[in-house]
Every structure is written in C-alpha cells, then in structure tokens.
Write a protein that binds this ligand. Structure first.
Ligand code: GUN
Length: 295
C-alpha cells in the first residue's frame, strides 16, 4: 500500500510555481494576483480562505481577501464581483462557497468573468472542460488528477466509481477521468444518494473517489483487494479533548480500508492541500493568458 501524499506533492507544485514567480520578478514582470471573496463567518470557509491567502504569500503571489459580513445582500456581492472583473490587476478570484442562503449562488457564479474564474465554476469553463477544450479545471478534481499523474496510478481501462455528484467534485471528476489522457481513460460510474446498491458497485471498482462528506462511509467490506482510494471528504467531528474542539476526518475508514488498498489518500494531508496548489496553478495560468491577450 502506498500513501498518496498530497501534502508532499502540493509542496512540490508550490515550489515549481515559486520558481516561475521568481523568474517573473527577475524579468520585472507582474506577479500573479489572486483575490478571494468570503461572505460571513463559516468556520471551515475561514480556514480554507486563510490557507489560500497564506499559500499565495509563501510562493510570491499578490493576494487580496475581501471579507464581507453575513448580511451582505446579493446586489452588494454582485457589485463586488463586477469590481473584481474590471480590476486589471486581479488575474483570478474565487467566491468561497457556500454562500449565505439569501444569496443565489448560481447568479453570483454566472457573474464571474470566465477569464478570471480560477475555480472553473462558470458554465463557460465547465462546458469547455466537458468538451476537452482549454479552460480552468476546478481545483479539487484538478488536484486529484495531478496526484494520480504524479504517482503514476494506472487508470486506463480501469473501473472508477465516484461517490457523490456535486458540481465541485463528483460531477467534474467523473468527466475528467473518462476523458482521454494520463490519469484518465477510465470507465466511470457516478453514484449518488439515489443509487440502488452502492456496495455492489464499489466492490467492482479499481479506483474509488469518495466525495460525500460522511465519516466512515466507505468500509473495508465495500472494497476489493488492490483498490486505489481517493478520499475527498473533509468533515469536522466535534471533540472536546482537542484544543480546536474538533478533528478532521474523511469518508473512508482509513484504518481498515488501507489494509486492502494499493493506494490511498489520507485525511488530512491528501486531496485538501492539492486543491490549494491547483488553485495557485490556475491563477498562474490566468496571468499567462491575460498577459498573452494584452500584449
Ligand atoms: N467550497 C468548498 N470547496 C470550494 C472550492 O474549491 N472553491 C470555492 N470557491 N468554494 C469552495
């Protein structure tokens, strides 16, 4: 069994990006600038956005955090999005999800300039991705693909079972892994809450991508020997014995499933850090694309 070490690989990717940033600076060129919009004070979102901004600093990107109060109206948020669209210094930005319930998420995501949509959530980017065109690929599935590529996990002709059909992970990863190319060419089954017998399907899987958010969902009796496991779940479980008051766990019973697996991602330290690295990669790409259209 080999651990797919997302922390290690994400550090490699960040180092590679940092080298490019140093070269840009040496040539006196603009460094990439990422902005993040956060509405409200959701604990997990605060952690993610904080981590994204810290990573920017570490690799030499400019970053801007726009933290708006929970009561922000949809119109106010749309004005903020319009301002980011027209700010030439910003190469890419994200609107952290989930948004408060009084704001229409789709309306906001539709308002983001697709050329600055480093999350890859705009329909233009999602559509291009599905059609094998150049686009921004959502950071979490992009991170999964990169992890599979860098560990040379054989996916060609293999049966991949994805658990969960979210727009952020399940749906896009099912598209990407069925496409042509490295870490792809897989036969994909996308399962969800209305799937009749998930276990029957996971037992046939060579690769399982679980993006459900239910701790201990995937147990050892649901997988076959030699399976490769990608655990995308990140759940905070209350625990008063810990200083933070919670611990983080994935969807997979790691202890038992790892004994049968050929590869497995830990939580934390697997897919999570890869997501941030790929967001930075997308921001670097956004800068390159803007520079080539401006010059
Ligand atoms: N919420 C959970 N994952 C993500 C992500 O990748 N991007 C944004 N913007 N919000 C999220």
């Amino acid at each position: 069994m080999e651990i797919l070490d997302g922390k290690k690989i994400s550090n490699q990717i960040k180092d590679e990006i940092a080298v490019e940033v140093t070269q840009l600076k040496e040539r006196g060129e603009k460094v990439p600038h990422l902005a993040a919009v956060l509405v409200g004070n959701d604990g997990a979102s605060l952690t993610y956005v904080g981590s994204k901004v810290r990573s920017c600093k570490k690799i030499g990107f400019e970053s801007t955090l726009i933290h708006l109060p929970e009561e922000t109206t949809e119109d106010e948020l749309l004005s903020q999005v319009a301002a980011l669209n027209s700010n030439a210094d910003i190469d890419g930005y994200i609107v952290q999800l989930p948004l408060p319930e009084h704001i229409d998420e789709q309306k906001v995501l539709m308002a983001v300039d697709p050329d600055k949509d480093v999350d890859g959530f705009h329909p233009t980017n999602f559509g291009k991705m599905a059609l094998d065109m150049k686009s921004f690929i959502p950071a979490t599935p992009f991170g999964i693909m990169e992890l599979l590529r860098r560990y040379d996990v054989d996916t060609e002709g293999k049966h991949t079972v994805v658990i969960g059909r979210s727009h952020i992970v399940g749906r896009p990863i099912s598209i990407l892994m069925s496409q042509k190319g490295k870490a792809a060419n897989s036969t994909v089954t996308l399962t969800h809450s209305r799937t009749k017998d998930i276990k029957e399907l996971t037992l046939q899987a060579d690769i399982i991508v679980s993006a459900l958010g239910v701790p201990n969902f995937l147990k050892a009796d649901m997988v076959k020997e030699g399976v490769a496991i990608i655990d995308v779940g990140i759940t905070r479980v209350p625990d008063e014995t810990r200083e933070r008051g919670y611990y983080i766990t994935g969807d997979v019973d790691f202890e038992a499933v790892s004994k049968k697996a050929s590869y497995i991602t830990p939580v934390p330290g697997g897919v999570g850090p890869m997501t941030i690295a790929m967001l930075l990669k997308n921001t670097l790409l956004a800068r390159e694309r803007h520079q080539s259209t401006n010059n």
